[in-house]
Design a protein around this ligand. Structure first.
Ligand SMILES: Cc1ncc(C[n+]2csc(CCOP(=O)(O)OP(=O)(O)O)c2C)c(N)n1
Ligand SMILES: [Mg+2]
Length: 362
């Protein structure tokens, strides 16, 4: 293997088997060696690599299916698909512990599935049914499961940031080592809440991970048109003395490695960390937006060539982590799960009118 190629692969935790077989020090016997990666080595085995792939596929198929049912009028309101960004969500959420919190934006179904929330109940929420995670009254932008510490699903750009700071402040007050991860887009960085929250998180040294999914566009606005420094966030972050990590959001293992290191650090030291994952949505901003009026076709094609749903399984096969037959079985099981979720949603009742004001706090 070329040296450059080798070091690139080693950085993601996978090392191609050499003709002499796996490295002697490797704990693995099937060609997959994470021992060279100090962050991932003790935590990621082949089963976990496959679990991550299954979740990525589950998100992709879930999103495609939602698109179909939106066209049929079964899903209403807004629908913001996560297609293209799967590697980012899975790489970020996989290393979190059950006790950690997630707060996110309206492009939230991918995060909910990554967290392991019930597929049937997420789908039912999409369909506005009573069995949905928000009792059918939230819809696609308001997936919520307090028991699993998944605190939404928020439609107002940037609104989730101060909520995350509040959760982190509570954890700091109670002296736990719980980490709060908040997702937001590049567009949210121009909101006042972004700067206010970063300032307080820095002043109070809150245990929070600011996870920016920089997909280069906020609705139809390229980041370079609405930020004077474009995708260079060092100016904004330098002011708050928050450590910044930038990672390739199309590479699930690179995201996982960067996030795991950030989680370890936040858990140990309590201070905030900022992660920027560069990613891309392959489809429009929402289902109503064809997504091709403000982006060059060539730009979309370029990113599509890096589709994590193509690259990652190829990597798993190449490194002997799995077989094509196993991937096919896994794909069939994902299809069955999605089919069952749609059936569950279709057969579930609508919320009662009498429940309209239940769970309203003010
Ligand atoms: C405060 C506020 N302003 C405007 C909107 C309308 N809006 C919805 S999504 C969006 C773009 C956000 O882009 P970004 O944060 O990059 O997230 P992405 O959609 O790319 O994931 C805007 C302007 C809103 N929901 N809330
Ligand atoms: Mg964006």
């Amino acid at each position: 293997m070329e040296q450059a190629e080798k070091s690139k692969v080693a950085a993601t935790g996978l090392v191609r088997p050499t003709s002499n077989g796996p490295d002697k020090e490797s704990p693995s016997t099937n060609g997959y060696d994470v021992s060279r990666n100090p962050v991932l080595s003790e935590r990621v085995d082949n089963a976990e690599l496959l679990r991550m792939y299954r979740l990525m596929l589950l998100i992709r198929r879930f999103e495609e299916t939602c698109g179909q049912h939106y066209s049929l009028g079964h899903i209403r309101g807004f629908l913001h698909l996560y297609i293209g960004q799967e590697a980012t969500g899975i790489g970020a959420i996989a290393p979190l512990e059950d006790r950690d919190y997630i707060v996110t934006h309206y492009r939230d179904h991918g995060h909910a599935l990554a967290r392991g929330l019930d597929t049937n109940r997420i789908m039912a929420e999409m369909f506005g049914k009573r069995t949905g995670l928000s009792k059918g009254k939230g819809g696609s932008m308001h997936i919520f499961d307090a028991a699993q510490r998944f605190m939404g699903g928020h439609a107002i750009v940037g609104a989730q940031l101060p909520l995350a700071a509040g959760i982190a402040l509570a954890q700091q007050y109670m002296d736990t080592d719980v980490v709060t991860m908040v997702f937001f887009g590049d567009g949210a960085t121009n909101q006042g809440t972004f700067h206010e929250t970063l300032n307080l998180a820095s002043v109070w040294q809150l245990p929070v991970i600011f996870f920016m999914e920089n997909n280069l566009y906020g609705m139809g606005s390229a980041v370079g048109r609405v930020r004077h420094r474009g995708s260079d966030f060092s100016d904004a972050l330098g002011a708050y003395d928050v450590d910044v990590v930038s990672v390739d959001g199309m590479d699930v293992l690179a995201v996982r490695e960067a996030t795991q290191a950030a989680i370890d650090s936040v858990r140990a030291q309590g201070s905030p960390i900022f992660i920027e994952a560069k990613t891309f949505r392959f489809v429009g901003h929402s289902f109503a937006d064809p997504g091709d009026q403000y982006r060059e076709r060539s730009e979309v094609d370029l990113w599509r060539r890096r589709d994590p749903l193509v690259a990652y399984p190829k990597q798993l096969l190449e490194y002997g982590v799995t077989t094509q037959m196993e991937l096919d079985d896994l794909s069939a099981s994902v299809d069955a799960e999605i089919e069952a979720a749609v059936e569950f949603a279709i057969n579930s009742p609508e919320p009662e009118l009498s429940e309209a004001f239940d769970d309203v706090y003010a």
